[in-house]
Design a protein around this ligand. Structure first.
Ligand code: HEC
Length: 188
């Protein structure tokens, strides 16, 4: 009986090991960084919403998001940013390659792929150097609708957003939509 369990355990390891080895170490590292970034961001957001409501919390996305991204960049050596097909801040507008990937993400979602599982990676040459690029779709959660939804956005939030972002396109999202993507890059 005991040997049966041992054999099963060994079998399980031999099945899972090659699958894990299949994940490119750069992809694994990028995913880890995104997890850290997103967890930190959502934590700050929830805290700010609780403390002073959505108008107060706008500053988290406005000031803290780029700061957290810069801190992570400094610590890890990776370029970290966010982009979207419908950006709020003009500085987050997608580059041509990012736009193409975001459009592919929408097509994958339309074909039934869960947003959480949608990502992209490649290696390109930039200024004679090899660069690893990674993008991961960001799902729209319920809390996001306070500032990225339609009717959920309160008039005072709307007012503040219009003051800060006159060309805001990041509205009208529904839960489960792709809000945008994380973009990570590293020189190899
Ligand atoms: C309190 C308001 C608020 C909430 C809630 C909020 N955001 Fe934002 N979001 C903003 C603001 C403001 C910006 C612009 C940030 C900047 O200036 O870089 C932004 C920008 C973004 C961007 C960068 C692309 C762009 O449109 O400029 C992404 C991606 C994003 N938000 C995703 C989310 C997700 C996902 C959630 C829910 C987990 C969320 N946001 C919740 C206010 C909010």
């Amino acid at each position: 009986m005991k040997t049966g369990i041992l054999a099963a355990a060994l079998l399980a390891t031999s099945i899972t090991a090659p699958v894990m080895a299949d994940v490119d170490p750069n992809v694994a590292e990028a995913r880890q960084i995104i997890k850290q970034f997103f967890t930190q961001l959502k934590g700050e957001l929830k805290k700010a919403m609780k403390e002073g409501g959505p108008v107060h919390a706008i500053s988290v996305c406005n000031e803290k998001a780029p700061k957290i991204a810069d801190d992570i960049s400094a610590k890890t050596g990776w370029y970290v940013a966010r982009t979207s097909l419908k950006p709020r801040a003009p500085t987050n507008s997608p580059l041509p390659w990012e736009k193409k990937v975001l459009q592919e993400f929408e097509a994958e979602k339309a074909a039934g792929k869960p947003v959480k599982a949608i990502d992209y990676s490649d290696v390109v040459e930039e200024d004679g150097k090899k660069v690893f690029r990674y993008m991961k779709a960001i799902p729209t959660g319920k809390i996001c609708l306070n500032c990225h939804g339609g009717a959920e956005v309160k008039p005072e939030v709307e007012k503040k957003l219009q003051e800060l972002y006159p060309s805001d396109k990041a509205r009208g999202f529904k839960e489960g939509d792709i809000r945008g993507a994380f973009v990570l890059k590293k020189t190899l």
